[in-house]
Design a protein around this ligand. Structure first.
Ligand code: NAI
Ligand code: NA
Length: 395
């Protein structure tokens, strides 16, 4: 069928299999162009199908020549209905990995469940024996708790006071004011349950108990800090509490892995257009101003550039892993540069519907958003009939 983007609010209902494949190929080419990384050999990526997790999987495989197992929660295709982008990304990734002679298998299911954890352990035992790197890159609005059976929902709310600031509808370019009511305690608690570190610790505990973590294994989860303008809705809001919890959990996991000399890290990443970040009010306006400035400075990065730098310059730089005073790896260093942030703050004050396409990179935002779903790639003929029934080989 001919597949076109169909937008509804902050999501696109369709995805293009060949476009998603092109996206994966482009990321592979980038990683290869940067040369080999003497790093991980057997990698488990939890949240491996889109965003930072997909880029981590690609860097592991095509940068380090690693075998990878990817866990994700994606919708497969049906006749006349496209799969979710992460499904097509994973199908393309497995195909490319096989062609390069690299082991790659995937598990599609709820990573929060005991069943998927067990399935993953069984697969590692069967095929790899042990893994030496575990990337934890889940972004989910809900979590069904495996022991209590309670379905928790995360929220993106400020804490303590109502927050009013500018935002942009990136589809229309209209800049407006948005107000968000403050969270109640239950919102905070639920967000911590969904996006905090509990599930990460459960994964690492189960993997260790099963004996499938190699001596000296590392695990890395992703966090965000960001600028003052987004603080009330991000770092000092409900999601920020979850990130505080995630960051604290890294130390607990490291303690729990003492007997195998394992280590847990949080990497603070750059703000990027992903399905997760597009849903957060205020952030898209920030990102469009940030992109413009970082592109002008020649320091703009997407997920793949960020992950390649994380592996090559931080995790596997053959010296100590550099961290901040709180023990976090920082690859948001260029985003947070004082000169960059000063410019964003100045443009933030000026931003209106009329001037945003000039002072911000609204086009870049839109392009990145389309790309998430496999649209807008050169080299793909979008007018041509395409097969939506593309399957992930290992599923
Ligand atoms: P994303 O939405 O692109 O990826 C989420 C991944 O989680 C997908 O592979 C999806 O299939 C998987 N997933 C979701 N629910 C699942 C479930 N129940 N079971 C199994 N898999 C499930 O998100 P993105 O942006 O790559 O986020 C990954 C991490 O990076 C998150 O912790 C996020 O907070 C963090 N981060 C994101 C930034 C951004 O600007 N996008 C900036 C810094 C950190
Ligand atoms: Na991800």
């Amino acid at each position: 069928m001919i597949i076109e983007p169909r937008m509804r609010g902050f999501i696109c209902l369709t995805a293009h299999p060949e476009g998603c494949a092109q996206n994966v190929k482009n990321q592979i080419e980038y990683v290869k162009s940067k040369g080999k990384i003497n790093g991980a050999k057997n990698v488990l990526v939890i949240g491996a199908s889109t965003g930072f997790g997909l880029a981590s999987r690609i860097t592991s495989a095509f940068g380090c020549d690693a075998a990878t197992i990817g866990v994700f929660f994606e919708k497969g295709p049906a006749e006349g209905k496209t799969a979710s982008p992460g499904w097509y990304n994973s199908a393309a990734f497995e195909k490319e990995a096989a062609q390069a002679g690299l082991y790659a298998k995937s598990i599609n299911g709820d990573a929060f469940s005991n069943e998927v954890k067990q399935q993953t352990i069984d697969l590692i035992k069967q095929d790899l024996g042990q893994v030496d790197l575990v990337i934890y890159s889940l972004a989910s609005p809900v979590r069904l708790h495996p022991t209590t059976g309670v379905l928790h929902r995360s929220t993106l709310k400020p804490i303590g006071a109502k927050f009013t600031n500018k935002t942009v509808d990136f589809h229309t370019g209209i800049v407006s004011e948005v107000s968000i009511e403050p969270a109640v305690q239950e919102d905070i608690d639920n967000t911590v349950v969904v996006m905090g570190g509990e599930d990460w610790a459960m994964w690492m505990n189960d993997l260790k108990e099963a004996g499938v973590l190699a001596q000296g294994a590392m695990t890395v989860a992703y966090s965000y800090i960001g600028p003052e303008v987004t603080e009330p809705v991000y770092r000092k809001g409900t999601i920020g509490r979850a990130k505080d919890h995630l960051e604290a959990t890294a130390f607990e996991i490291t303690d729990a892995l003492t007997s195998i000399g394992g280590k847990a890290f949080v990497s603070v990443n750059k703000a990027l257009v992903t399905q997760a970040s597009s849903a957060i009010p205020v952030i898209p306006l920030y990102i469009s101003l940030l992109y413009k400035i970082m592109k002008e400075e020649g320091i703009h990065e997407g997920c793949i550039e960020q992950m390649q730098r994380l592996y090559a310059d931080r995790l596997y730089n053959e010296q100590n892993i550099p961290t901040d005073e709180q023990g976090r790896i920082r690859i948001d260093d260029w985003e947070m540069r004082a000169d960059v942030q000063e410019k964003v703050a100045a443009f933030w004050k000026q931003a209106t519907t009329e001037n945003l396409s000039e002072i911000g990179d609204l086009e870049g935002y839109k392009q990145d958003f389309l790309n998430l779903f496999g649209f807008g790639f050169t080299g793909v003929d979008y007018l041509k009939d395409t097969n939506e029934m593309v399957l992930v080989p290992s599923i």
